[in-house]
Design a protein around this ligand. Structure first.
Ligand SMILES: NC(=O)c1ccc[n+]([C@@H]2O[C@H](COP(=O)([O-])OP(=O)(O)OC[C@H]3O[C@@H](n4cnc5c(N)ncnc54)[C@H](O)[C@@H]3O)[C@@H](O)[C@H]2O)c1
Length: 295
């Protein structure tokens, strides 16, 4: 389960992808909660107050230097790693480039953590491993962690392979705690202005079962992952508690996926990306909803 962060000494955490959409929220949230954050990215993050090292994670030597305290002016080794850096979606570059960047970066982070005996790793997996864009309907809803990954793109294939890689790293080191967070589509509050436009046509967002994750709730999940102390690899679906739509979740399923089993009585706007495991094992509870920001 989780430990009380207040009872632990100030922990130094490296955050890869710190300049990114999710990374910005994670860096701010961890700093606010008393973590000593080391930001790692190819690009400098906007926040000048966080110690930062520019690096390319596909180069193992650079990853080892950064995590071990080997870089001038950054001599404290880290106790934990949050690995978010990636090309964050299919189709942004060629498939082979996505695979080469993401798989090498993740292998290097996992392997450097192992070599340096950094025994807590939280990393960004993706909702896509659940079978997005659901051209083949999901096996049931809410979708959860109980069925085997169904990647439908090279980006997602890489995320699925990374999850498998993490399981083996944990098998090799029984003291290692690895937490994979299958984030839904990351949103900033500014993105919510567009949400009402999804309503007219359910097919616009059926690709991810109308889910989303507020970056601030994503950051909460990362912190809860860092607080996990039980060794071993676990993956969690991380989404907000509601959908992006005004019509009910039951209505959406009946209209768009009439043949798919609905395994629970759904709350009116209840997420179809199941977050019960994250609630149960991490204590995750989303605090934000686009409904609180709508114009
Ligand atoms: N954005 C989403 O909707 C979404 C959904 C599910 C999962 N994810 C995952 O969450 C993570 C963060 O996504 P994001 O939306 O913040 O992406 P982003 O593109 O905004 O940020 C990713 C960051 O990683 C850095 N990066 C990439 N490759 C690197 C390398 N080789 N070396 C150093 N830095 C590198 C980039 O410079 C960038 O700042 C990613 O792993 C992504 O796959 C994102």
């Amino acid at each position: 389960m989780t430990s009380d962060p207040a009872s632990t000494t100030r922990r130094r955490v490296a955050v890869t992808g710190a300049a990114g959409k999710l990374g910005r929220h994670v860096v701010a949230h961890l700093a606010e909660r008393g973590y000593d954050v080391l930001a790692l990215d190819r690009t400098r993050p906007a926040s000048p107050s966080t110690p930062f090292i520019a690096l390319d994670l596909t180069d193992y030597g650079q990853v080892i230097e950064a995590l071990s305290g080997g870089v001038d002016e950054h001599s404290t080794p880290v106790d934990a790693v949050v690995h978010l850096a990636a090309i964050p979606a299919p189709g942004l570059t060629t498939n082979a480039s996505t695979f080469a960047n993401n798989s090498a970066a993740t292998y290097n982070v996992f392997a450097a953590a192992r070599a340096l005996k950094v025994r807590n790793v939280v990393w960004a997996s993706s909702e896509t491993v659940l079978g997005l864009p659901f051209d083949t309907p999901p096996p049931y809803v809410p979708v959860d962690e109980e069925y085997h990954p169904r990647p439908e793109s090279t980006y997602s294939l890489t995320k699925a392979l990374e999850e498998e890689m993490a399981r083996h790293f944990c098998r090799w080191d029984p003291e290692l705690t690895m937490t994979g967070l299958r984030f839904s589509n990351v949103m900033d509050p500014e993105d919510y202005a567009a949400f009402p436009s999804f309503d007219a046509d359910p097919s616009l967002r059926q690709w991810n079962l109308w889910g989303y994750i507020d970056g601030r709730d994503g950051a909460q999940a990362v912190r809860l992952g860092l607080e996990r102390t039980e060794p071993g690899c676990e993956v969690f679906v991380i989404a907000n508690a509601d959908t992006v739509m005004s019509r009910s979740s039951a209505e959406l399923m009946a209209q768009v996926f009439p043949g798919v089993e609905v395994r629970k009585t759904l709350g009116e706007h209840e997420t179809l990306l199941g977050i019960d495991k994250a609630r149960r094992l991490l204590g995750y509870e989303p605090e934000h909803s686009w409904r609180d920001h709508a114009p």
